[in-house]
Design a protein around this ligand. Structure first.
Ligand code: F6P
Length: 326
């Protein structure tokens, strides 16, 4: 005799893609199936939720995706879902499809959407995924570790040229309004200067730091420029060349390379654990919470708290990066 499914769980990825989203989808599908749930993949994020783009996902549908970047469910930034009418239409479509609950994998904007659904009586669990690591309530979001490794690999390569030509390389990183990626990249790449949104710096200060590095006998320098820092690496480089700081400059804007690629072991692990925990939480009757890495465990944090707070950069690490650049 076939058992009736205990629950029909929808899953969507939303906002900027992040490496590890696929590992998370795989974990949700297989954990759901193991618990006799039916899993519906929602395509194209909240846009697809409104338009009813749902397909059942079986264990084999998520085979061979653990190591793939991007998201097999596709993702969108949906302005329609920000409106009450979009949310209402989505809830109607979910009801028509018999979807009892939804797991949202994405960043801050996606979690705002999840909270809106929760407040209208939909059972929702959030999972943080964004290379920016700007989501409150978790030590790390899915995708951050891979992005950091991508930046590190790129800067290691640039350093070969920087040191061969005695140049200063200005490397622009993503992160939106957060300096997290830039600060951590500064440490793991041994950057001489790190420019972040959280600290106002002037061109003169950057020039002074590079000239000091030159005088201390360094044969090259790395400047990490966070995209939200207020500086554009290309313009900054021109100014520095005009000011003659000792090194000639070159610029690399890493851009969307930081969002792609096969997830690291760490991202696969965090994504798998969070997917597993999210299904467990749904089965235990939870709603309106996000999975968050705390210490060694995965906790559940109210999404209302997550979106009411901003994850701040730990400035101790910013100061440490400066000391290590001596
Ligand atoms: O949130 C991830 C992120 O890559 C940010 O770092 C960046 O500011 C933004 O998304 C870029 O968005 P898009 O891919 O829509 O250009």
């Amino acid at each position: 005799m076939d058992l009736q499914p205990s629950l029909t769980i929808g899953i969507l990825t939303s906002g900027g893609d992040a490496p590890g989203m696929n590992a998370c989808i795989r974990s949700i599908v297989r954990t759901g199936l193991a618990n006799n749930a039916r899993v519906l993949g929602v395509y194209n994020g909240y846009e697809g939720l409104i338009d009813g783009e749902y397909r059942p996902l079986g264990a084999r549908d998520v085979g061979g995706i653990l190591q793939r970047g991007g998201t097999i469910l596709q993702t969108r930034r949906s302005s329609r879902f920000m409106e009450k009418t979009g949310q209402r239409d989505a809830i109607r479509k979910m009801n028509e499809a018999g979807m009892d609950a939804l797991i949202v994998v994405g960043g801050d904007g996606s979690l705002h959407g999840a909270q809106a659904l929760h407040e209208q009586g939909v059972r929702v669990i959030g999972i943080p995924a964004s290379i920016d690591n700007d989501i409150w309530g978790t030590n790390i979001a899915i995708g951050v570790d891979t992005a950091m490794n991508t930046i590190m690999d790129a800067v290691d390569k640039l350093r070969d040229t920087a040191s061969s030509h005695s140049r200063a390389f200005l490397v622009e990183t993503m992160g939106r309004n957060s300096g997290y990626l830039a600060v951590m990249a500064g440490i793991v790449c041994g950057a001489e200067v790190v420019l972040i949104p959280e600290v106002q710096s002037t061109v003169e200060e950057v020039a002074q730091s590079l000239e000091n590095a030159y005088k201390r006998g360094k044969n090259h320098s790395i400047v990490i420029v966070a995209e939200g820092s207020g500086f554009r690496a290309t313009e900054l480089a021109k100014s520095l060349d005009d000011m003659d700081v000792g090194f000639k400059t070159r610029v690399t804007v890493l851009g969307h390379i930081q969002r792609g690629g096969s997830p690291t072991a760490y991202d696969r692990l965090v994504a798998s654990r969070m997917g597993f925990k999210a299904v467990e939480a749904l089965l235990a009757g939870q709603s309106g919470v996000m999975t968050g890495l705390k210490g060694r465990g995965i906790d559940l944090v109210p999404i209302a708290d997550v979106i009411a707070n901003k994850r701040e950069v730990n400035m101790e690490y910013y100061e440490m990066a400066k000391v290590l650049a001596r």
